[in-house]
Design a protein around this ligand. Sequence first.
Ligand SMILES: Nc1nc2c(ncn2[C@@H]2O[C@H](COP(=O)(O)OP(=O)(O)OP(=O)(O)O)[C@@H](O)[C@H]2O)c(=O)[nH]1
Length: 256
Amino acid sequence: MSRKKTSRSKGARAHAASAASALPSANGPRLHARRPSAPAPRRRPAGPSSPVGPYSTVAVISTDIAFKVMLVGDSGVGKTCLLVHFKDRVFLAGIFIATVGINFRNKVLDVDGMKVKLQRWDTAGQEQFRSLLWRCLWCQVPICPHHSKASFDNIPAWLSEIQEHAQHDTVLMLLGNKVDSTQEHEVKGEDGEKLAKEYRLPFMETSVKTGLNVDLAFTAIAKELKQHSMMAPSEAHFWLHDYVKREGRGGSCCRP
Ligand SMILES: Nc1nc2c(ncn2[C@@H]2O[C@H](COP(=O)(O)OP(=O)(O)OP(=O)(O)O)[C@@H](O)[C@H]2O)c(=O)[nH]1
């Protein structure tokens, strides 16, 4: 639990500040203007072996487009739980088995009539695993829980790392997880919102325990990614920030 990144150097934080200033303005170009001419290739991921064993049944689901998404943040912030809840609608209450290596889970969403596959990667906090993935990701979601100031304080360093290694047009969204927690909230929703504004990121409070905004977070990501790769000139523009504000429930990020 204590494999936190609290020891990040002042240099990293300074870099984070400069990374923030490097982000485009809210009214300027969007964070992620990638618009490939062809849909993302549906290749089997390179590197780590598939979790599908030799005796597993493989269901082949035809999808129109596929994207790699990764949740990032300190150990214990709820990355695995978010992924598991989104896929299987269960909350791993009180179960904390630190992720070792890399896992991934697929989920196909129907986004405006198109099948969008989100391939969600779950990594342990170790650098060597993340560095395998940085460059092929389409979306990164830094997370901090409401009751952990240390995790919150590390978000700029995570953002800095993303800025440094990931593709420049990676979709980003900030999540404040465990909003249900009865522990004293060292971090208020307003703090998360303020930080998100500073980095010009959409922000949402989530709770895997109650399910608050979990599906919405992934649906918003899927919509945004779909737009990046497929938007036809006649199609209405999808605004991630607006969608999150409009559809989110509870918390300071969203309407009541
Ligand atoms: N109350 C509450 N607890 C949560 C929530 N999300 C996760 N947890 C708990 O937080 C602990 C850690 O969750 P994980 O999903 O394993 O954390 P992680 O970020 O994947 O951790 P690593 O695998 O070490 O990187 C578990 O005991 C979960 O039950 C939430 O929304 N609310």
